[in-house]
Design a protein around this ligand. Sequence first.
Ligand code: NAP
Length: 249
Amino acid sequence: MLKNKVVLITGAGSGIGRAVALVCAREGASLLLSDIDEAGTEATAALVREVGNEALVVLADVGVATDCQMLVERCCSHFGRLDVACNNAGISGPSLNTADYPVDDWNHVIQVNLSGVFYGMKYQIEAMLRTGGGAIVNVASILGAVGFATAPAYAAAKHGVVGLTHTAALEYSAQGVRVNAVGPGFIRTPMIEALDNDEATHAMLVAAHPMGRLGEAEEVAELVVWLASARASFVTGAYYPVDGGYLAR
Ligand code: NAP
């Protein structure tokens, strides 16, 4: 599905980002893998190379605009272009109600989870327009569509990612850049391990998903890669839940 395509993935050192990298590799892509976690990203790169694909590791903080610009420049200088970007890096922030939420934590979550996606798209779109188009898949969340008590910054940022996705799709789809977002439910990754750490919480999280289980990173990756591929050629400006039915209630 992605044969000879160049794909840039942020947050590629863990969880969903690593799974996206591996499905992209299986589908024939060359990869620029980025994260702030060097060991995790090198581990992902080693797995990609085992499949026989090229993986370039470039460390970057998505919350810094110049890092996001540098990522796209490195991608274009190394591979000659950028076809697909998956803006996936994200953090959960503390679990606290709105009135108790520290301002510094609010700013940090918005910086990484929302501004990071804006910075990414700003430079990715510019590069894609130079080569006639491309596809962007932003990793939002079910909390891009509904609230969740004790996650004010995270939910606000993810709603913002969905709004940015709609807006950029309106602006650039006629020029060949498709922009979509996915909304994972609770997925078994290191991010969730910190929250899903006792039996009562686990039972509550499982019960929130009509399928009666949490999701796997690979299940999100399959949707991301389909949206990024030419098989989704008429899909843009869309927000696709991948949530075991969480949002259907
Ligand atoms: P994860 O396992 O924690 O992976 C996220 C990766 O992003 C980590 O390697 C992390 O590095 C990196 N990262 C953190 N801050 C960064 C920054 N400023 N710049 C670049 N990289 C950064 O989490 P995940 O579950 O795979 O989450 C991936 C995305 O899916 C996130 O956007 C998340 O909000 C979204 N999502 C996850 C779930 C879920 O249930 N897991 C549900 C809905 C949406 P460190 O480990 O060093 O922090």
